[in-house]
Structure formats: C-alpha cells, structure tokens
Design a protein around this ligand. Structure first.
Ligand code: URA
Length: 193
C-alpha cells in the first residue's frame, strides 16, 4: 500500500537505515541523488563507485564529469534533473550489482519516483535498463528511442563509462541526450535551446 507519510526527510532516513541487502556492510555513505529533489528529468545509472561512496553523491567521478559536460552542453541546470542509480550502495570492487541487490533497492527507488515525479527518464547503461524493465537489453537496439510506460517517457543510452573507454562512443550518448532535451522542450518542461 502507498505510504501516505512519504516525504524527503522520511525517505532519506529510510535510506540511511537500509539493510535490505549485503551491500550496506561495505558502504561509507548511501548514495541517494544529486540535482533537484523534484525534476522533469530523472537520470539513472548503475551503482556508486569509490568517489560516489566517499562523497555520498552519484556521478561525481570520471563518468560523472562526462555526464555533467553533456548536460551543460544542452543548457541543463541543477533544477532540471535528478541523478540517481539503480543501486544506492557501492558494490565491492565496482562489480555489477546482482539481480537480488537491484530487487532489494527497487523498493527505495519506487519511493524516489513518487517524490521526484519525473516526466522523462534516461537510463544509462544495461544495468539501469535491466533494473528498470527486468530484461537484458541489446544496447545498440534499445538506445536512442523513447518508450512510453506508466506516463513516463523513457530513453536508454550507453553508460558514460562506455565513452571513457573510447571517446568515439561519446557521439551516441550526446545524440541521445539531445533527444531527451528536445523531448523536455516538446513537453513544455524546458525552454528551447
Ligand atoms: N557510475 C554509475 O553508474 N553511477 C555512479 O554514481 C557513478 C558511476
């Protein structure tokens, strides 16, 4: 049943106390979000890495810098997006979170959706896709197209780390972010560039 007492304070306390899976044992900080609490765009990555675990904020390491440059190039400000991950705790040695860990964390993510109330969702990478839709994607087939689900406009793109491995991979991520930007304008949620 929906929690009618849900607000940011209760949500953050629930996150801080979470022991729903074993990842809680290795965390320095639980990583909840950065950007606006309520935003038209929600960007979802995989899981925190070392920098994120230390700072308690998502995408603050090398992938985060790339993501931030992309956002800036399309005129996004902190008020326009809410950045988070499918998993809120750092997996050991930056391994992928397991399906069980993702499932355990989805309870918190569901609350987060209710608080943020995004209209557009950008899933970064196959783990975010799998966590959201429950099936493994073929990234080259699913990326770059909007799917409408439960009133959300959902786009999948490659994880920024993919572009760190080869700078040419920035091109599709840049293009996909452009489509997200256009969609927000089309929905009247951001001014034209
Ligand atoms: N990669 C992610 O998927 N999320 C982060 O927060 C940082 C790196």
């Amino acid at each position: 049943m929906a929690d009618t007492t849900l607000n940011w304070e209760s949500f953050e306390s629930k996150c801080a106390a979470c022991k729903a899976c074993g990842l809680c044992e290795g965390r320095t900080n639980i990583v909840i979000y950065r950007g606006a609490r309520s935003a038209p765009l929600m960007i979802i990555g995989e899981a925190p890495g070392e920098s994120e675990d230390l700072q308690g904020k998502p995408f603050v390491g090398r992938s985060g810098m790339l993501l931030q440059n992309l956002l800036a190039s399309y005129g996004f400000t902190d008020n326009d997006y809410h950045i988070c991950n499918i998993c809120k705790c750092r997996p050991p040695a930056n391994r992928r979170p397991t399906p069980e860990e993702i499932k355990a964390c989805k309870v918190l993510l569901a609350d987060q959706f209710r608080l943020v109330k995004p209209k557009v969702i950008l899933l970064c990478g196959s783990t975010a896709y799998e966590g959201f839709f429950g099936t493994k994607p073929v990234m080259k087939d699913v990326r770059g197209v909007f799917i409408e689900r439960k009133g959300y406009q959902i786009m999948t793109t490659y994880h920024p780390a993919y572009a760190l491995r080869n700078p040419a991979n920035k091109v599709p991520i840049y293009d996909d972010m452009g489509k997200v930007r256009d969609k927000l304008t089309e929905l009247g949620l951001m001014p034209p560039l």
